[in-house]
Design a protein around this ligand. Structure first.
Ligand SMILES: Nc1ncnc2c1ncn2[C@@H]1O[C@H](COP(=O)(O)OP(=O)(O)OP(=O)(O)O)[C@@H](O)[C@H]1O
Ligand SMILES: [Mg+2]
Length: 277
């Protein structure tokens, strides 16, 4: 899916009247089959951007174009059909607590199924091997028949991502997929997502707090701050200097080991401090 945002502004529906918009005259273009990570400090507008891209939040100014169409000018049915081509994974996946993992994962296919097939699949999971395979990518195959409310936060998050692998969507929007995962699982999960997106020619936009993961797994990284694009670069060109400016006054949010890059002098090694009892 081909995406274009031109001078786009948006505000959260619950924002106070007169509050600054969460997205301010933002320009961005993502080609079909591209994988892009969006980074930036808290409040930068990353989630709002995903909501706009998912056609869940209408812009207050400017235009959104998805595959040469302005979704907000489409008739209601056409807009629904377009939404069916998108997969949005919120930070906390909305999984029914009493549901089995297998059913939750297979729900990724619901937008492409008719009403009766959807209802049937709630009671009789239709393609258990496909759910198993998707869970395997996230090291969760042993939880196939577990109930969702017996999973940890990180496991639920991975079930939400596995659901994406079942989705027929050509545009994946993933919000903070790693917030409840340890560093090893984070890398494994993001590698699975990016690999699958690449293999299926899916357009992937993921917001991430782990800057090192964004730089090492995505070919393109967009830095957002104050509702605008601060930089939009190939990962190899995102320097420490640019990151320092992006996270200025939010340094505590700059998580992960940032790889050394050309224009940044390596930090001077500090003497080791030894503590004796
Ligand atoms: N529930 C809300 N009610 C009112 N305003 C909101 C709400 N959520 C977000 N906003 C506004 O939108 C701005 C952008 O928020 P958004 O959630 O898009 O940021 P973010 O970059 O995703 O932050 P984080 O990294 O913390 O998830 C906020 O600074 C706030 O002004
Ligand atoms: Mg967010």
């Amino acid at each position: 899916m081909d995406i274009r945002l031109e001078a786009l502004s948006a505000r959260h529906p619950a924002a106070r009247p007169g509050a600054v918009p969460a997205l301010k005259s933002l320009n961005l273009q993502v080609g079909a089959g591209e994988q892009v990570a969006v980074i930036g400090p808290s409040g930068a507008g990353k989630t709002t951007l995903l909501q706009v891209l998912a056609c869940a939040l209408p812009p207050t100014a400017g235009t959104l174009t998805l595959n040469s169409q302005n979704p907000w000018q489409l008739p209601r049915r056409a807009l629904q059909a377009l939404r069916g081509q998108l997969f949005l994974a919120p930070q906390v996946p909305p999984l029914p607590p009493r549901q089995r993992v297998v059913t939750s994962v297979l729900a990724g296919r619901l937008p492409a199924m008719g009403l009766w097939a959807s209802l049937r699949s709630l009671f009789y999971p239709s393609d258990i091997p496909a759910a198993f395979e998707a869970l395997e990518r996230f090291d969760l195959d042993n939880k196939l028949f577990e109930r969702v409310d017996r999973l940890s936060g990180g496991e639920r998050q991975r079930v939400g991502l596995a659901r994406g692998l079942l989705s027929p969507a050509k545009f994946w929007l993933i919000d903070e997929p790693l917030s409840a995962l340890d560093p090893t699982r984070s890398r494994q999960a993001i590698a699975a997502l990016v690999e699958e997106a690449r293999a299926r020619n899916v357009t992937l936009v993921a917001t991430l707090h782990q800057v090192d993961v964004a730089l090492s797994h995505f070919p393109r990284v967009v830095g957002m701050r104050d509702g605008q694009v601060a930089f939009d670069l190939p990962a190899a060109q995102v320097t420490r200097d640019k990151l320092a400016r992006l996270y200025d006054q939010y340094e505590h949010e700059l998580r992960g080991e940032v790889p050394a890059v050309a224009d940044a002098p390596a930090a001077t090694p500090q003497p080791a401090v030894m503590h004796c009892r």
